[in-house]
Design a protein around this ligand. Structure first.
Ligand code: R1P
Ligand code: URA
Length: 249
């Protein structure tokens, strides 16, 4: 636990850097990756929970760290905000780094009165208003769902920790500042618990590539009550979610 060694970024010419977005060498990323949207949340998690964390990528400031948790190799890396950003990083991690599982560690805005600020949500499914699935040319509407094994393990571990969690459908939205301030109510009517901006792309990439994915979220604000948390609280204090996610390693 503690200070982070910085591994120097290698140049692409040597064929060492695998992608234009991720500066790590193959082998520097663990098979299981934990992905907050915020790269500074990734740094906080690495410094707080990992043994011998090393910075393995920082291209575009999207920090990633590899270390061990409970004796197991893990990587924690930011995904950035939104489905295009999560789409790029998760695809490259799965395809270029042989990553098997990605667990998103995100914040979200509640749509339901009984889903309160700081509650932890495990996203069984991610509805979306994005066009991400159109790339597959499907003759219908795709249901983006979590990996069942990761989901069940997260539920069991939460119970063992005596951590109350809410499991259900979330909305992965392309829009943070909506022109229609009431549009969320239609999703709320369908018992969607909360809104974030990445899980659906992660779940679709995982499904397409036969990999595993799960999103665990902490409620950072409520569209129902207007309650809010600060940027610093979102970066450093959602520790129940962080610890539950890392328990999946
Ligand atoms: O806190 P993170 O993980 O970034 O998640 C949420 O916060 C950002 C918006 O503030 C979006 O990325 C949304 O999904
Ligand atoms: O309201 C919110 C809070 C976090 N993330 C979102 O996308 N929306």
């Amino acid at each position: 636990m503690g200070k982070i060694d910085i591994i120097k970024q290698k140049k692409c010419e040597g064929g060492i850097v695998m992608t234009v977005h991720i500066g790590a060498e193959k082998g520097q990323i663990a098979p299981m990756v934990f992905m907050p949207g915020d790269p500074l949340r990734a740094k906080f998690i690495a410094e707080t929970y990992l043994k011998d964390p090393k910075e393995v990528t920082s291209i575009r400031g999207m920090l990633g760290f590899t270390g061990t948790f409970d004796g197991k190799d893990v990587t924690v890396m930011g995904s950035g905000m939104g489905m295009p950003s999560m789409g790029i990083y998760s695809y490259e991690l799965y395809t270029e780094y042989d990553v098997e599982s990605i667990v998103r560690i995100g914040s979200c805005g509640s749509f339901q009165e009984d889903v309160r600020v700081r509650d932890v949500i495990i996203a069984m499914g991610a509805s979306t208003n994005s066009n991400f699935a159109s790339q597959y040319g499907l003759p219908g509407t795709y249901s983006a769902i979590a990996d069942p094994q990761l989901f069940m393990k997260a539920m069991e571990n939460a119970q063992e920790k005596n951590l109350p969690v809410k499991a259900g459908n979330i909305l992965s939205s392309d829009i943070f500042c909506d022109n229609d301030p009431n549009s969320w109510m239609k999703w709320a009517m369908m018992n969607v618990l909360a809104v974030e901006m990445e899980a659906a792309a992660l779940y679709m990439n995982a499904a397409r590539l036969k990999k595993r994915a799960l999103a665990i979220l902490t409620v950072s604000d409520s569209l129902v009550t207007g309650a809010l948390t600060t940027a610093e609280e979102r970066e450093k204090t959602f520790t129940d979610m962080m610890e539950l996610a890392l328990s999946l390693a």
